[in-house]
Design a protein around this ligand. Structure first.
Ligand SMILES: [Zn+2]
Length: 169
């Protein structure tokens, strides 16, 4: 099953969409922290912004949930997330970023609009989807709200965002 979320911002600052093919979950399996995602940054995405975003999530979750990987890693490595500029036309009008994951193979792509390649907040929002928060929060101002009014502002992971991501696991 593939889930789609496509949301368009009312005031055209940041919209976000996400799609996911969820991995099979064994309800009898013991609860343990999943292995970290390895993140691969493609030019011209800002590595500084990416580092800020992943360090914010690691701090908020209290573990190494995402680590920076080798940019030469070929696409398709398991449990990798590739952050890259969206190709023309691959984002709906008004959407700032898109996270898409293949659950069974655990390969994700985060695509960013050209004017948001340095936005740690937008990157952190998309990584929140990769970490498991496939929906959006209902509270304006939280990172995982469907729309951010300050796409170039601080990452700003709130306790509600952490609950949102952890609850989806
Ligand atoms: Zn989103």
């Amino acid at each position: 099953m593939t889930r789609w979320l496509l949301l368009l911002p009312a005031l055209a600052t940041l919209g976000c969409a996400a799609e996911q093919a969820p991995a099979a979950v064994d309800p009898e399996a013991p609860e343990e922290a999943p292995a970290p995602w390895t993140l691969v940054v493609a030019d011209p995405v800002s590595e500084t912004a990416v580092l800020e975003a992943l360090e914010a999530w690691n701090a908020a979750l209290g573990r190494e949930a995402i680590v920076l990987g080798d940019p030469a890693t070929p696409y398709g490595a398991r449990r990798h997330v590739y952050v890259r500029l969206a190709e023309d036309g691959s984002l709906a009008k008004g959407v700032g970023g898109l996270a898409s994951c293949d659950g069974p193979t655990e390969v994700c792509i985060v695509r960013l609009r050209a004017d948001l390649l340095k936005s740690a907040r937008v990157i952190a929002h998309e990584l929140g989807h990769v970490l498991g928060g496939w929906g959006h929060t209902e509270t304006a101002g939280t990172l995982m709200y469907w729309e951010s009014w300050y796409p170039h502002g601080a990452v700003g992971i709130t306790p509600e965002d952490v609950v949102h991501v952890l609850a989806a696991r």
